[in-house]
Ligand binder design. Structure first.
Ligand code: MRU
Length: 349
């Protein structure tokens, strides 16, 4: 399995996703500030992966704190959490993970400092193990929804690289292929950051899963030609009513899928579900640098001074979503009810 991120004594070790697929290199973030930079610059990306990376960043910052007493440690802890929380606004897993580290900190706050430090490291490592288990559970719940043969379209990268391993949407595809289904994956290249061509194509080819790369504007034609039997994507935040924020371009694919009568599935761990956000209009959408649009692999491809928009995510209204696959089970419309019901399901069930 691809090691997207890993806790080591030297720091948080990450596969550098900005270098893939040409170079498979790893960076070790030795401070929590370096972890924050890695999230901001997308060395590590994908909602579940940035959540666990942030948790490891918190653990690293606390482990290396020079605090002499508990009051100083709490001060350091709050600063570390604030820095990591300021990296990217859309994926709720980031805030979920930091909240979980806060809860752990509060739970052990009267223990000796060395014990608190150890507990936070253990908690971050536990989150990594749980993320992989959640993905495998999503695979089991989702594989049965995919056809026994046919074309599956995916957008962006919701794979091992976007998680601690196995993937959400790609985890479902992996599980379906492992169960004997004959699938051909169509990977949208996903302009402007190219997660589809650089990351999804790379990791599926590594697993010998038949993959065809298309540019984003080919998705409609592929559907019209009958080559797509289902769409499956990940999510960065799912509102209480089932509206889904995911990589920019997802909404376009969902509308096309509905027009062609093709099921549109979302696979995400429950840590992506934000019951405190009532609908998609309240989800903060990250705006990234215009350079990601005006330049390709360092080369300028647009005129100097052109006005650019670069929202990193869009919101797909719940009406377009056939089902939401989580580790707790599959939610269907009306999502306000099914997601609330799943939120009460025990994680170990
Ligand atoms: O900007 P990115 O690459 O972090 O965006 C990633 C996505 O939009 C993924 O589809 C989403 O995080 C789900 S990953 C399991």
């Amino acid at each position: 399995m691809i090691k997207t991120l890993e806790w080591t004594d030297a720091g948080v070790r990450l596969i550098d996703q900005t270098k893939l697929p040409l170079e498979e290199t790893y960076v070790t973030c030795k401070t929590y500030e370096e972890v924050a930079d890695a999230i901001r610059t997308m060395i590590v990306r994908g909602a579940p992966a940035i959540g666990v990376a942030a948790a490891m960043g918190v653990a690293l910052g606390v482990r290396d704190s020079q605090a002499k007493d508990h009051a100083e440690l709490k001060c350091d802890f709050d600063r570390i959490c604030d820095v990591l929380a300021s990296t990217r606004p859309t994926a709720v897993n980031l805030f979920w993970a930091i909240r979980r580290m806060r809860d752990k900190f509060e739970q052990v706050s009267t223990q000796p400092i060395a014990r608190i430090q150890q507990e936070l490291v253990t908690e971050a490592q536990r989150m990594m193990v749980e993320d992989i288990a959640a993905n495998e559970a999503m695979g089991r719940h989702g594989a049965v929804l995919l056809p026994s043969s046919g074309g599956i379209l995916t957008h962006c990268n919701a794979g091992a690289l976007a998680t601690c391993g196995y993937g959400t949407a790609l985890g479902v595809i992996r599980a379906a292929v492992d169960s004997g289904k004959k699938l051909q994956v169509f990977a949208d290249e996903t302009r402007p950051f190219l997660q589809g061509s650089r990351l999804t194509a790379w990791e599926l080819m590594k697993d010998h899963i038949p993959t065809t790369l298309i540019s984003d504007n080919m998705a409609g034609a592929m559907m019209q030609q009958g080559k797509i039997d289902a769409v499956i994507v990940g999510a960065d935040r799912i509102a209480a009513n089932g509206d889904v924020a995911n990589k920019i371009g997802t909404y376009t694919v969902a509308v096309l899928a509905k027009e062609h009568g093709i099921p549109f599935y979302v696979a995400a761990p429950f840590s992506t579900v934000d019951l405190a956000t009532p609908d998609g209009s309240r989800i903060p959408i990250e705006q990234r640098s215009s350079r990601e649009v005006t330049h390709l692999a360092g080369k300028q491809i647009a005129p100097d001074g052109v006005t650019v928009e670069n929202p990193a995510f869009d919101v797909t209204p719940n009406a377009y979503v056939t089902a939401i696959i989580t580790e707790r089970g599959v939610a269907r419309k009306p999502y306000a009810e099914s997601l609330r019901e799943l939120s009460a399901v025990s994680v170990t069930a």
